[in-house]
Design a protein around this ligand. Structure first.
Ligand SMILES: Cc1cc2nc3c(=O)[nH]c(=O)nc-3n(C[C@H](O)[C@H](O)[C@H](O)COP(=O)(O)OP(=O)(O)OC[C@H]3O[C@@H](n4cnc5c(N)ncnc54)[C@H](O)[C@@H]3O)c2cc1C
Ligand code: FES
Length: 284
């Protein structure tokens, strides 16, 4: 059963937003742009991004790229959108290099956001947020939304190594527990080790889990939650060409047969909806 969907609909067309900040955040970068005419997004939603000169004589990338929104702050001149980026290819490299005043072109907000804890379980008394790598981006806005709703949260973030870690400054809570495979921060090991410990305690009966990260991490989260009957929502990634349902490039198999288009039926999915979180072509 799908929980209530409080998505914010994107205005028609693409908007040029001015880059107002571009700062390092650990091994990642946060690129911020002022959206003067779009609505504030919900946590879990994403934007299709291009930039000035995209796909021009300099070649790749030709298609827009999908990015979760990590923070969205409404002010007198519009909504400031923060995107957390890990440079893995031509699109992320070009966006990361944008100077102040350059144009970031956005289509969005798109997709289905995270559901409130009460929509996942009437018994929910708190939320556990589990992020891995660049997947921590979408959880930062969720953490703020949950704080505004006075939902108690525990935040668990895991990283491969120092070069692939960042975004901690986007979380506005006092307690963030970290894990890293190289041991540079927090527990040496996987973030799912931390989740397993929490779910051994009282949290299993009263918490809901929200997760975003690489496919193997999401699959481990799915397994842990299924074994303890803990409701969970996972924000998945697939390659996306359009972002609004027309190219069918983002199909993900459903557990009960058939497929969903991740861009319109996700990217946030209920853990029990899908056959596996090991989605082809996702993760980096
Ligand atoms: C809903 C959603 C939200 C996302 N949010 C974020 C975010 O907040 N921050 C972020 O940094 N990224 C995010 N991503 C991921 C991002 O959109 C992709 O990584 C995107 O493809 C990067 O574009 P690129 O041009 O830089 O790299 P690409 O050229 O698209 O390459 C991306 C990755 O795929 C690999 N790759 C490329 N081609 C092949 C191939 N033929 N075979 C095997 N591997 C290949 C590359 O080595 C690289 O690791 C999100 C994706 C989705 C769907
Ligand atoms: S990305 Fe085109 S249908 Fe989903």
């Amino acid at each position: 059963m799908r929980a209530a969907d409080e998505r914010v609909l994107a205005p028609f067309g693409r908007r040029r937003c001015e880059v107002v900040a571009n700062e390092a955040s650990g091994g990642y970068r946060v690129v911020s742009a002022m959206d003067t005419s779009g609505p504030a997004p919900r946590a879990g939603q994403f934007y299709m991004l291009t930039a000035d000169g995209w796909g021009g004589p300099n070649g790749r990338p030709y298609l827009p790229r999908a990015f979760a929104v990590a923070e969205a702050e409404a002010g007198p001149t519009g909504v400031r959108l923060d995107f957390l980026l890990d440079a893995v290819g031509p699109g992320t490299e070009r966006i990361e290099a944008l100077p102040l005043g350059a144009g970031l072109h956005v289509t969005g907000p798109l997709g289905r956001p995270f559901s409130p804890p009460g929509a996942l379980s009437p018994a929910a008394a708190g939320a556990i947020l589990v992020g891995g790598g660049i997947g921590v981006a979408t959880l930062a806005l969720l953490q703020r939304e949950l704080s505004e709703r006075a939902v108690p949260q525990r935040v668990l973030l895991g990283f491969r190594d120092r070069a692939h870690a960042g975004g901690l400054n986007l979380f506005r809570c006092s307690e963030v527990r970290t894990a890293s495979e190289d041991g540079h921060t927090g527990h040496q090991g996987y973030v799912t080790d931390l989740l397993a410990v929490l779910l051994e305690g009282d949290d299993a009966g009263s918490a809901v889990v929200y997760a975003c990260g690489p496919p193997a991490m999401l699959e481990a989260v799915r397994d842990l939650c299924a074994a303890r009957a803990v409701p969970a929502e996972l924000a998945l990634e697939t390659p996306m060409a359009c972002g609004f349902g027309s190219c069918l490039g983002c199909a993900v198999p459903l557990r009960d047969g058939g497929y969903m288009r991740l861009c319109v039926d996700g990217p946030v999915v209920r853990a029990e909806e899908i056959e596996t979180a090991m989605v082809a072509g996702s993760g980096h």
